[in-house]
Write a protein that binds this ligand. Structure first.
Ligand code: ADP
Ligand code: ADP
Length: 229
């Protein structure tokens, strides 16, 4: 009776080898879940299927007990916030980029999201009336700063499910951990957070799923998995 449930999901890209091999798992509402495991194991594919870039060849994916194929695409995508690996920003201010798609968001909420994503220092140094003068800044940010803008944008949207696909990989480990912690604290019990990461740097996950060869090979908390090693 999870929030996000995969039931025997199989998927194959074109005529290539199987990417997901009858995978099943259940993610409780509000949990922070880490998908870890070797590159090519199927982590990104899980996220793509959840967002319905593709549909499974067989099996079922449910959110709140409802097969996602029976949910309108627009409402499915409204309920899922995706932080991609590479973010393209508009040639506009950071505030604009964080607000994107939500022009009515009040500044306080934007700043709060920016703080959680640790990009607020950039905004504060550009504010005080200089907002319009920094039009081009979005494009000049580093990869890690762009990721933080994308994370802030998703936090601001406040969807019930947030997916991060290697979204913090351009950041140093300390910043990455701080953002992960801020994200799961802010979204505690309210937002289901699914983080795909090649490395298991996600220390504060409620549940870790080790994905390999398109299936779950281990599952448990950080402590449980360390004991098994
Ligand atoms: P990541 O592992 O960083 O999420 P991708 O999901 O883009 O990266 O790619 C994972 C693997 O899938 C890579 O080894 C890549 O060779 C393969 N791959 C990605 N896109 C394609 C494609 N369009 N055609 C064939 N193989 C692909
Ligand atoms: P991970 O995210 O764990 O690195 P992926 O989900 O990207 O794993 O990849 C799972 C399998 O699907 C791999 O065999 C990979 O080569 C293949 N794959 C991933 N993306 C594509 C794609 N766009 N086209 C074809 N094959 C792909």
């Amino acid at each position: 009776e999870g929030h996000v449930v995969f039931e025997n999901v199989t998927f194959c890209y074109d005529n290539r080898q199987t990417a997901l091999n009858g995978i099943s798992f259940s993610i409780p509402k509000g949990a922070t879940v880490a998908l870890v495991g070797p590159s090519g194991g199927g982590k990104s594919t899980i996220l793509r299927l959840l967002f319905r870039f593709y549909d499974p060849a067989s099996g079922r994916i449910c959110i709140d007990g409802q097969d996602i194929r029976s949910v309108y695409q627009s409402s499915l995508r409204k309920s899922i916030g995706v932080v991609p690996q590479d973010t393209v920003l508009f040639n506009d201010t950071i505030l604009y980029n964080i607000r994107y798609g939500d022009v009515n968001a009040d500044e306080e909420a934007v700043i709060k999201a920016a703080k959680a994503a640790q990009i607020h220092d950039k905004i504060l140094s550009f504010s005080d009336g200089y907002e319009t003068k920094v039009g081009e800044r979005g494009l000049r940010l580093s990869g890690g700063e762009k990721q933080r803008v994308a994370i802030a944008r998703t936090i601001l949207k406040d969807p019930p499910i947030i997916l991060l696909d290697e979204a913090t990989s351009a950041l140093d480990t300390t910043t990455e951990r701080q953002i992960q912690k801020a994200l799961s604290t802010m979204t505690k019990d309210r937002t289901t957070l699914v983080i795909a990461h090649r490395l298991s740097t996600i220390i504060n996950a409620d549940l870790i799923l080790v994905i390999k060869d398109g299936t779950v090979v281990e599952t448990g908390t950080h402590e449980e998995l360390i004991k098994k090693m």
